[in-house]
Design a binder for this molecule. Sequence first.
Ligand SMILES: *[C@@H]1O[C@H](CO)[C@@H](O)[C@H](O)[C@H]1NC(C)=O
Ligand SMILES: *[C@@H]1O[C@H](CO)[C@@H](O)[C@H](O)[C@H]1NC(C)=O
Ligand SMILES: *[C@@H]1O[C@H](CO)[C@@H](O)[C@H](O)[C@H]1NC(C)=O
Length: 196
Amino acid sequence: MALGLLYLGLTLLGILKIQAQNPPPALHLNPPLYKVPVQPDFQDDQFQGRWYAIAVADNAIRFENLTQLDMYNMIFQLKDNHGYNVTYAVFSEDYCELWRTAFVPNIQPGQYTLENMTSFTGVQSHVFRVITTDYNNFAVIFVKILYKDRIYFESVLLGRGKELDPTLQESFLDFAKSLGLTEDDVIVTYPTGNVQ
Ligand SMILES: *[C@@H]1O[C@H](CO)[C@@H](O)[C@H](O)[C@H]1NC(C)=O
Ligand SMILES: *[C@@H]1O[C@H](CO)[C@@H](O)[C@H](O)[C@H]1NC(C)=O
Ligand SMILES: *[C@@H]1O[C@H](CO)[C@@H](O)[C@H](O)[C@H]1NC(C)=O
């Protein structure tokens, strides 16, 4: 299932993985990076390890007509160059997919870009930021990709566990709206029994 990640509502990951022939549909929004904070004094060692995606906001998700997005996790492993190996594990009832990539530090602490970006056909730029985190409980991340002249961006509320305080979800929704998104562009993941 080559298009798996797209069908799972993970358009940005799908783009990196399969580099689709045509850029998938997306809202024409271009939030400037100055509207996206970076965690002050970011501690890359403390950010390592497993995070669960609790809620996802992005400018492509509404075009996938999802009724449910299964929970997935991301594992960050710090490298000697202060980048990360990142492993995504996506689970659904009949499906499990692992995908690995590597990030390198970019411009400021808490900001990364793809290692070997030129090997991803069609990807013209990629920025990953840790917006805020307390390292032990929650984090909010942001990814922006320019792919075949189309802008895709995504913010994800991450938890060290599979549940988070609802007030964090509310502030996440407020942040998504500050990027020009609406409730239709935010989806709370469904914690499948399978997710590790
Ligand atoms: C979502 O629904 C719209 C309208 O019914 C349709 O045009 C579009 O192809 C659907 N998208 C997917 C990914 O199925
Ligand atoms: C990162 O991934 C590379 C390639 O898969 C591997 O050789 C390396 O040991 C990994 N490093 C860490 C710190 O996980
Ligand atoms: C990036 O490219 C270098 C040199 O071609 C290679 O050694 C390294 O394994 C590549 N890293 C990834 C994550 O593909």
